[in-house]
Design a protein around this ligand. Structure first.
Ligand SMILES: Nc1ncnc2c1ncn2[C@@H]1O[C@H](COP(=O)(O)OP(=O)(O)OP(=O)(O)O)[C@@H](O)[C@H]1O
Length: 576
């Protein structure tokens, strides 16, 4: 039954692909032309969905990338005798890549509306250039005519459709690998992406470069379809409409991209037949995009997937309860436990200022190898700032941070993560679009087997690996985040209030599991937590900070009875 269900989807997909491919031999020539336009529109929509929907960067210049592809095919068709047409199409995509990287550079610093303005400015600049140059006719005597067999419109449709299928498959494959999952990660949180050991600039630039490649392909295919392209084909308003449709349909998904292509090609045709102004189409797409952004629930394809997931979720068996799952056997230890004197973490004279506020003022801290060390203190004491400094999330700090005797000073966050320093955040930074297992493998940052990932999930009492992260409650997501960091097999794990959002019972259960991390994973832990019962159960040493200074350090019971600590908490119930 399960096998039949698993085979049903691929079989349906293959049947759909064959049906669409076969339809070209049935359609009259005008409808075939529109169908070809729809497929080319789907390709450019998919490119927009990649950079915007997947990687979360607003690009309003996708048709400028397509223009580069169009120029390449125009040029090679008319002057590059003998270059096979398929090679011309691939060259169209490749030629757009440098431009994609160039446009991606501002995205390293800019976000949201600022990036949108820059990309729109780029689209306008390209448009002006094309018009001044009389694109693409300068030097070209006649329209592009694809060589046989692509001069047959039916075969040309097959070429376009085949290109779309290949692009969709490759991007689906990328989505299952680190590169594609990283695009999703950067959309949800750049800090969490860096904490997973990934270079945020590289992730962003690969997204822009790949999306430019795909858009370049569409420009090349459009040239072969219409023969002569003009600047109007790639005008900024066209990029805006592409963006709006991609948002409306959620073109980061293959079905969303197909819907976008169909709407762009056929909706104006419907309006024309009804005798209505064609501009209504652009207006409808804009309103659709505004509605999607206002509701914040994703475009049409995203909502359809969520609805299916909800239906599937009701059928699937209940997941392992966080509170009741017994600790599973963890992966085999690969590092030998270092019982020597070198601290797992040594912080010396750490000082951090935010303007006039001294968040940390000469803090010293030593975390012994093989221990869980709690860092506690009232709100605003400087705990998260210390974690930020250790993990490289502050532009500057005074003092030294050493892990296993090696200085981390000057290293960027993602390099510290790769060096074995992993952290979690106070707010949930998981990626709802991924399954629990995919998230853990992405966070692990190296070739983690499904078995190893499941062993870590089992150790922490997380839900099953195939559960979508988006279907979990906040407390469970935070547990999955801990599992991701732990699966990376770090030398030092910094947990920032991992039990926040959990019930008392879940928190107590997690404390026991955290206490077992050093012996089972050969990893020291720095734990920030407000729940004192959790602190006592999980840690063997505690450091207390207040107003950016260390006020006590030692065993949990001694520290919690220290008069300065009691005074710092101003009578709050901290004794356990
Ligand atoms: N980016 C920032 N800009 C300005 N001030 C900041 C910034 N980050 C932290 N601070 C200040 O630094 C001090 C320490 O903050 P921090 O978040 O490290 O405290 P905390 O002990 O983690 O508190 P909590 O338990 O509430 O999370 C606070 O006074 C806070 O307002």
């Amino acid at each position: 039954m399960l096998v039949a269900r698993r085979l049903a989807l691929p079989a349906l997909l293959v049947a759909s692909v064959l049906a669409v491919a076969g339809s070209s031999f049935l359609l009259p020539s005008y409808w075939l032309f529109l169908a070809t336009s729809a497929v080319i529109g789907a390709i450019v929509a998919r490119s927009t969905g990649l950079v915007t929907g997947q990687a979360g960067m607003i690009s309003l210049c996708q048709l400028s990338f397509a223009a580069v592809g169009a120029w390449v095919v125009s040029r090679l068709s008319l002057t590059g005798q003998g270059v096979p047409f398929l090679v011309q199409i691939v060259a169209a995509g490749l030629a757009a890549v440098p431009l994609g990287i160039l446009v991606g550079l501002p995205a390293l610093r800019l976000r949201g509306v600022h990036l949108a303005v820059v990309t729109l400015g780029f689209a306008t600049t390209v448009d002006v250039y094309l018009r001044v140059k009389g694109f693409p006719r300068e030097g070209f005597a006649s329209a592009v005519s694809p060589p046989g067999p692509f001069d047959d419109p039916r075969i040309y449709f097959e070429l376009c459709f085949g290109t779309f299928v290949v692009v969709a498959l490759l991007l689906a494959l990328a989505g299952r690998r680190r590169v594609g999952a990283a695009w999703l990660a950067v959309r949800h949180s750049e800090r969490a992406t860096a904490a997973m050991g990934m270079s945020v600039p590289r992730v962003k630039l690969t997204a822009f470069a790949t999306s430019a490649f795909v858009a370049g392909l569409s420009g090349g295919l459009l040239t072969g379809q219409v023969g002569l392209v003009t600047p109007e084909n790639f005008a900024p308003v066209g990029s805006l409409v592409t963006f709006a449709v991609a948002v409306m349909t959620a073109a980061q998904y293959v079905e969303g991209a197909i819907l976008a292509g169909v709407l762009v090609a056929f909706f104006p045709e419907v309006l024309r037949r009804l005798g209505l102004p064609l501009d209504i189409a652009d207006l409808a797409f804009a309103l659709g995009a505004i509605d999607v952004l206002r509701r914040g629930r994703g475009g049409i394809a995203a909502q359809a997937r969520q609805a299916m997931r909800r239906r599937g979720g009701r059928r699937s068996p209940a997941h392992t309860s966080v509170a009741t799952a017994p600790p599973a056997r963890p992966p085999r230890r690969t590092r030998s436990a270092d019982a020597g004197a070198t601290p797992a973490l040594e912080v010396k004279g750490l000082t951090v200022r935010f303007g006039e506020v001294a968040a940390l003022d000469g803090v010293d801290l030593r975390v012994r190898p093989g221990t869980v060390h709690a860092l506690i203190g009232p709100n605003g004491a400087g705990k998260t700032t210390l974690v930020d400094a250790v993990t490289g999330f502050l532009p500057r700090y005074g003092g030294d941070v050493l892990v296993a005797g090696f200085s981390l000073d000057g290293l960027l966050a993602y390099r510290r993560a790769r060096a074995g320093v992993r952290r979690t955040f106070q707010q949930d930074r998981t990626i709802p679009d991924l399954s629990v297992g995919d998230y853990v493998r992405l966070a692990a940052g190296h070739r983690t087997s499904a078995r190893d990932a499941e062993a870590v999930l089992g150790f922490l009492g997380c839900p099953a690996a195939d559960r979508p992260v988006g279907s979990l409650d906040v407390g469970t997501r935070r547990l999955v985040e801990v599992a991701g960091a732990l699966a990376a097999r770090p030398a030092l794990l910094l947990l920032d209030e991992p039990a926040a959002g959990m019930t008392e019972v879940e928190s107590a259960d997690l404390a026991q599991r955290i206490a077992a991390i050093p012996s089972r994973f050969d990893c020291a832990v720095l734990l920030i937590e407000h729940d004192m019962a959790h602190v006592v159960a999980a840690s063997s040493e505690v450091t207390v900070v207040d107003f950016g200074r260390t006020i006590a350090s030692g065993s949990p019971r001694d520290v919690l009875e220290h008069p300065d600590v009691v005074a710092a908490y101003l009578g709050q119930e901290i004794a356990v």
